[in-house]
Design a protein around this ligand. Sequence first.
Ligand SMILES: Cc1cc2nc3c(=O)[nH]c(=O)nc-3n(C[C@H](O)[C@H](O)[C@H](O)COP(=O)(O)O)c2cc1C
Length: 194
Amino acid sequence: MSPAERPRLLIIVGSSRPGRSGHHVARWFEGRVHEHGGFEPVVADLAEIALPFFDEPRHPRLGDYAHQHTRDWSKIVGAADAIVFVTPEYNHGPSAVLKNAIDFLHAEWRDKPVGFVSYGGVAAGTRAVQQLLQIVTTVRMVPVFDAVAIPFIRRVIDEDGELTTSPLMLSSSAAMLDELGRLLRLLRPATARV
Ligand SMILES: Cc1cc2nc3c(=O)[nH]c(=O)nc-3n(C[C@H](O)[C@H](O)[C@H](O)COP(=O)(O)O)c2cc1C
């Protein structure tokens, strides 16, 4: 399957602070998507996209956006077939920047399979994922059960930003990507090419 024929998997980097780990984790996961071969990965880094705090006067359900930054974000998410959030855990929840980016849109998320690559301390970001599950189902995304959860993130990233990959990180990535593909076929039988 050529890259143009593969469904697009949008990998959203959910942290934006200087010195963050999120973009390293996302780059590592992008490598797993290439290895898997079922999706064409596209990375959306919320630090680069730099949305302001939600500032649309009308509910995103209406899709009547006042701002160019929202229309640009809408185009990026709208073009995706499936989504993976790369999420840190801040105070046992997701980052504000990630919640804000979700709130900006509505129909663009709808009926898309979604998975999570989380990271943090002992809980590996899983508490953030639990909160995100409630949020993503409200915008009608369809979460997959399988997920990648990386504990003690600072210990697995070297000074060049490379992650030490464990067998569990590999098997959970493959399982999540397989499941995203399976759900995509169920949700969009006419267009899903995985
Ligand atoms: C404001 C803040 C709150 C945090 N809260 C948690 C937490 O609740 N649980 C956890 O495991 N790690 C927590 N951490 C540690 C983060 O998991 C760790 O710093 C991680 O690298 C954050 O992702 P980032 O580097 O992409 O920003 C927190 C870090 C920050 C900056």
